[in-house]
Design a binder for this molecule. Structure first.
Ligand code: SF4
Length: 386
């Protein structure tokens, strides 16, 4: 059988790490079908396959990127009218009825065929990637109202060990709540002591924020020893949670993480009002932590009409939470960007000064990149020796 796997041409924001959007589900499905002796090709829409496919499997991400999924279905339906088209992934799982109207033949909800591909080694040869993805767990123990994880993955599942899955020196964990895994201490310990045959170690990143209710000094230290880079503390709730956030920051700092390389994840345009979000941002300024902000969109939003930039938009063009205005959304985003710049540049009191970006753009990018590359080579050499 000929299987065509399709990644729609999602509008991945410029400057966002590719690690956030690797179609890991498709890579596992590819391995599963290869094991069935099927011919498999992965393309990014609108590219075509070198054969006439019997089955086409289109992945999906956020519901508000549904348009790109629909476009892919329409495109491949027109080119390969006899092929059977199936759509899976996050949008398909959250909004199967809406997805079914895209013109596909089937909507796959949840893991592919009940999880048959879950333990397959992803077919990394199909993508150009210098990192690998690992899920040490599925689901989440929390039930945050704004989050789709517990709806898409209602059952929590945990791996006790991941050492057998390691194939590349850079690992990105796609867990939803890494620290909720009861075996996380053992996993961090095995990552810290892991060596490839040539002596190289691994470095890790985690896409999710660190749950402040679960972080302990020992886990912070274990994260550092496991060589997790740029940890991100979750702070989606009220300002009153500041003590827990500060405690998490202190644990990470004691473990060896520099404050300005630690981020705080913040959801805005949701239940916490604008004025309180500014207080949270102000706390991060005082602590010297950078902020990774995320604008809330409803889980059933099939479009996002927001246009970045200073130009105002009317309330009907994109979703603003009752209590929030377009102007507040834009002001909050701008304040986050400016504060992050101030922290990065080590400006006095981490306060932004208009025009300070000139310092950033004053140095040609190739000089900065060369210096950065040299610094990280030196750092890697030092830690490999350690
Ligand atoms: S802790 Fe994170 S992954 Fe879990 S439900 Fe809340 S937002 Fe979602």
């Amino acid at each position: 059988m000929n299987v065509l796997l399709v990644e729609p041409a999602f509008p991945v924001p410029a400057g966002r790490p590719g690690s956030a959007y690797l179609p890991i589900g498709l890579l596992k499905i590819a391995s599963y079908h290869r094991a069935q002796k099927d011919q498999v090709v992965l393309v990014r829409s609108p590219d075509l396959a070198p054969f006439y496919p019997d089955e086409i499997k289109v992945t999906s991400l956020f519901t508000y990127w549904s348009r790109w999924v629909w476009d892919s279905v329409a495109h491949y339906r027109a080119v390969y009218p006899k092929a059977r088209i199936e759509v899976g992934g996050i949008y398909a799982s959250l909004m199967p009825e809406h997805c079914a109207q895209s013109g596909c033949d089937e909507v796959a909800v949840g893991l592919y065929r009940g999880g048959v591909a879950e333990d397959m080694a992803p077919a990394y040869d199909l993508v150009d990637s210098d990192f690998q993805v690992i899920h040490a767990s599925r689901g989440c123990i929390r039930r945050c109202a704004f989050c789709g994880v517990w709806r898409v993955e209602p059952k929590s599942e945990y791996r006790e060990s991941i050492v057998d899955l390691i194939v590349k020196p850079r690992i990105v964990f796609y867990d939803n709540n890494l620290l909720a895994n009861p075996h996380v201490a053992d996993i961090l310990c095995e990552l810290g002591s892991f060596r490839f045959k040539d002596g190289r170690r691994v470095s890790c990143e985690c896409q999710c924020g660190l749950d402040t209710r679960l972080l302990t000094p020992d886990l912070a230290l274990a994260l550092k020893k496991a060589r997790f880079r740029t940890p991100r503390i979750s702070w989606d709730g009220a300002y009153s949670e500041w003590k827990r956030v500060r405690a998490a920051m202190e644990m990470l700092e004691t473990a060896g993480y520099e404050r300005r390389n630690t981020y705080v994840f913040m959801l805005y345009n949701h239940d916490v009002p604008y004025s309180e979000m500014r207080e949270k941002l102000e706390a991060c300024r005082r602590w010297g932590l950078r902020v990774a902000d995320c604008r809330y969109r409803p889980l059933d939003a099939v479009e996002d009409g927001y246009r970045p930039g200073p130009k105002p938009q009317s309330p009907h063009e994109y979703y603003t939470r009752p209590g929030w205005t377009d102007s507040q959304v834009r002001r909050f985003r701008r304040a986050v960007r400016q504060q992050n710049i101030a922290i990065m540049l080590r400006l006095p009191n981490n306060r932004y000064a208009p025009g300070c970006e000139q310092h950033l753009v004053g140095t040609p990018w190739w000089v900065t990149r060369k210096a950065d590359a040299q610094r990280s080579r030196d750092r890697r050499k030092r830690s490999d020796r350690a």
